[in-house]
Design a protein around this ligand. Sequence first.
Ligand SMILES: Nc1ncnc2c1ncn2[C@@H]1O[C@H](COP(=O)(O)OP(=O)(O)OP(=O)(O)O)[C@@H](O)[C@H]1O
Ligand SMILES: [Mg+2]
Length: 416
Amino acid sequence: MAEIHLQNITKIFDKKARAVDDVDLTVTDQEFMVLLGPSGCGKTTLMRMIAGLEYPDSGRVRIGGRDVTDLPPRKRDIAMVFQSYAVFPHLTVFENIAFGLRMKRVAKPEVARRVEAAAELVQLSPYLARYSAQLSGGQRQRVAVARAIVMEPAVLLMDEPLSNLDALLRLNFRAELKRLVAELKTTTIYVTHDQVEAMSLGDRVAVMREGRIVQIGTPMEVYDRPATQFVGSFIGSPPMNFLRGRIGGANGHSSVHLGDQEFTVPLSIGRTDGDILIGIRAENIEAESTPVAGAIAARTEVVEPLGSHLLLTAVVGDQRLKIQARTDFPAQPDGPVWLRPRLSNDPRLPSLLLTSSATSASTQRANDPRRLNRSRPRLYPHQWSRLDSAGAIWLRRTWTSAVPPKTTASGTSPPR
Ligand SMILES: Nc1ncnc2c1ncn2[C@@H]1O[C@H](COP(=O)(O)OP(=O)(O)OP(=O)(O)O)[C@@H](O)[C@H]1O
Ligand SMILES: [Mg+2]
């Protein structure tokens, strides 16, 4: 069992491309940490440096208090499961799982004991004598996991281990993996670009973008209090709605203007006027079919019945947003709809974020994950953080009291 500590890790390929850019990360003993980010953001490169398969251009890697930066992989007490699970087809399941132990010349009875125990954990006991070519994809994936855990490593590194499975297998195996890792209590880093997988598995999630970690927090923290617009857009389906607005104050009240409409928030928010960005998730918006006091008038553009709920796309002024409505909501394409925020009781997990922010169209584009490119982001996380702590408010159900911004007190690490 071991804590992993990464300090100022940078990896530059071809003298210019910063695949990993000054990453600091601490994974505590027995923690399950998920690295989440879009393709090309540096997840695999970071894992390879922890494993010792890649040497960092700067920074140090410590595992269990020991500086392992200059040690080869075999001396780091880690096991890694790759996306391509590389199970040997000409070996039986037993021999595949035993492979690493045989290389280490572990005594035969000990090999048998450990292989059987690992196979039991991943529910492969009935298949030990089969050749791996005779297994399903999910079973082969479990062989790869068993082959890693049989080594009883201090650290388990998994790089997209489920990506070769179909959706249903993936769903089932995800739950199995969660149970397994809880039993093993090994410090684990798990890479994925699937935000649902990240939320479901991780004790904490580190969200990466363009070689940097932009937020670290529990799944609910990164979902409810994204440190940047990028995180809010990347995590959750549909992405968090971000609306440009203005806030103005007079007579002890603040009015939030959305286009030519406004609603009043009786709050002191530390600043009385200016541009704001409103972040709200589809499930935190109440849709009404008739005008209601305090609700904003909008037009329904698209109605998508998704079984458990309706997903509405609505337009307010020139801005679009997604709303989750009950299946019996009388939504009509191109019909009127009235919207108001459904506010959270828990101030740590607010349902509505108002952040004083750069609201220019170019900033919005720069933070849109669909438009990711290799150029530097124009709104850097630390800028957002500064804006966030200066002007963010979290509204409670009553609309009457503001909770002071707590960038660090929530347990969310401040974005770097
Ligand atoms: N050996 C290499 N030589 C040059 N560039 C590399 C090398 N390996 C990775 N890169 C570049 O570094 C960046 C990060 O790559 P990496 O494989 O770490 O991304 P990733 O987050 O794992 O992406 P994916 O989700 O697609 O696996 C990419 O731009 C990639 O092209
Ligand atoms: Mg990768």
